[in-house]
Design a protein around this ligand. Structure first.
Ligand SMILES: [Zn+2]
Length: 284
């Protein structure tokens, strides 16, 4: 119960920060939160530490209960909401398939440019594209197999119906050449609006798909933000695990290529579970 309470509190803390930025209408780095800032940082650090332990425990347990991930020789498309999700969630799988000469396409849905400092959005988007290209180079993916759709970061769930329909058509055009394909998307309940929207929109795009598609979901935030006690009581029958020990160094280099995220964005301890010799996937 204590862990559940703290996990819920972190969202409140983040909301307090966003509210303060709205009130003073200035970037958060320039706000003098003399009274709140030290308390907020201590709480955030404590909860991040708990979440790191939580994610490691959940990941360890799920891996033990998982079935092996089948690895058919089929073309594969990875849909990543942001540059870094492909390396974190699927880096090992991509490296293994590429080593076997299998076709991989990676589709980045948003530009990854979300920032409180709006003047830096273009520069951030450019940097993240460069990082993603380098990461996929480490994993053996050809540059012509990488697509950046550049939808707005943090806003996929707010797309208007015509914009959603346009994005679904783009997904369908990407899928169309393949009579049989494996498709990887973020977990349906990944606790991040862009990730869950990517899952929903790809699933919709597949509804009228004339070929055969195997849809796999990779977890990024769900094990971090969901108390492990809750995960442990849920059914484990959909979890599958892929041993990636032989390519773990490649995966770590790919993750390291996302410099902007490792240095500034991802919470401490977040990367631990993505550097284990296995990857987890969910299938409904
Ligand atoms: Zn993401």
């Amino acid at each position: 119960m204590i862990m559940l309470h703290l996990f819920n509190r972190i969202d409140t803390i983040e909301l307090i920060q966003i509210e303060l930025v709205n009130i003073v209408n200035r970037p958060i780095s320039k706000i003098r939160m003399n009274l709140f800032s030290p308390v907020i940082s201590v709480l955030r650090r404590s909860i991040d530490s708990l979440r790191a332990i939580n994610a490691d425990l959940a990941s360890y347990w799920i891996n033990k209960k998982s079935k092996p991930l089948p690895t058919p020789n089929l073309p594969t498309i990875v849909f990543a909401p942001h540059p870094d999700d492909e390396s974190l969630g699927c880096g090992g799988m991509i490296a293994i398939k590429r080593a076997l000469g299998q076709e991989i396409r990676v589709i980045f849905v948003t530009d990854g440019a979300f920032s409180i400092d709006t003047s830096r959005k273009t520069a951030i988007a450019f940097q993240r594209q460069q990082e993603a290209t380098q990461a996929l180079d480490e994993l053996g993916v050809d540059r012509q197999c990488i697509t950046f759709l550049n939808y707005p970061d943090g806003a996929l769930h707010e797309l208007l119906p015509p914009e959603q329909a346009q994005l679904i058509r783009e997904f369908q055009a990407i899928l169309a050449p393949y009579p049989q394909v494996e498709v990887f998307v973020p977990h349906h309940h990944d606790r991040h609006s862009d990730h869950e929207a990517t899952y929903r929109l790809v699933k919709t795009a597949l509804e009228n798909f004339p070929g055969t598609a195997q849809l796999w979901q990779y977890p990024i935030w769900v094990l971090w933000k969901t108390p492990c006690i809750q995960l442990l009581t849920q059914t484990s029958s959909g979890w599958h695990s892929l041993a990636i020990g032989q390519v773990i160094k490649q995966k770590k280099r790919a993750i390291a290529a996302h410099v902007s995220q490792i240095e500034d964005a991802l919470p401490p301890g977040f990367l631990n579970r993505f550097q284990q010799p296995y990857e987890l996937f969910w299938k409904e």
